[in-house]
Ligand binder design. Structure first.
Ligand SMILES: [Zn+2]
Length: 199
């Protein structure tokens, strides 16, 4: 780990993604709660989302002591983007409704569930889901199932639904560059092993 890193995007300095990261305003506030195991993941997409949105905040931890303050934003209604039987599709929220504080746990399913378990306030939030998620571009690891999205893709899709017709696609630019770079670097054999098919 002797290579110099960019202090902002945390990529090696010679592969800094910052020039590709936009500054997008949004009506929705996004609170990304990241499990510490994700911090050093090569694709730290929650960080890219937080850097690219002017109303987003990323906090790393397992137990979030400040949660009561973080969730109490007058004028915003806090919702957790996480599956549940009674989760509301984001489509149910209109542009005239009170803006949303969209809380997004970041980690594998197991780690995300752990975050909910350790933070009862989080688990108690009303939940929202992406009703019909577009396929993921995240081709590097076998996805746990169809519709499994990286954190940045989930955030983009959620904002596109909540704030249509605004486009949040530019947020994905550094993510796409990262994926293309990783696929090129790992070589076709590894790619096929992880992905199951030819590119
Ligand atoms: Zn950078």
């Amino acid at each position: 780990m002797s290579r110099a890193r960019c202090g902002r995007c945390l990529r090696p300095a010679d592969h800094c993604l910052c020039p590709l990261i936009p500054v997008l305003p949004s009506r929705t506030r996004v609170l990304l709660l990241q499990h510490p195991s994700e911090v050093n993941h090569a694709l730290n997409t929650a960080r890219l989302a937080a850097l690219g949105l002017s109303h987003a905040q990323l906090i790393v931890g397992e137990v979030f002591e400040d949660l009561p303050t973080l969730l109490n934003r007058p004028g915003y209604r806090a919702r957790l983007l996480f599956p549940a039987d009674d989760a509301q599709p984001l489509q149910a929220y209109g542009a005239t409704d009170e803006p949303m504080l969209l809380v997004v746990p970041d980690g594998t399913w197991r780690k995300a569930r752990k975050l909910l378990h350790l933070n009862p306030l989080l688990a108690a939030l009303p939940r929202v889901t992406l009703a019909a998620a577009a396929p993921s571009r995240y081709r590097l690891r076998k996805a746990p199932g169809p519709g499994a999205l990286s954190t940045i893709e989930a955030v983009v899709q959620a904002l596109q639904v909540l704030e249509a017709p605004a486009s949040f696609e530019p947020l994905l630019r550094p993510f796409e560059a990262l994926i293309e770079g990783q696929i090129a670097a790992m070589g076709e054999d590894t790619y096929q092993r992880n992905h199951g098919t030819k590119p």
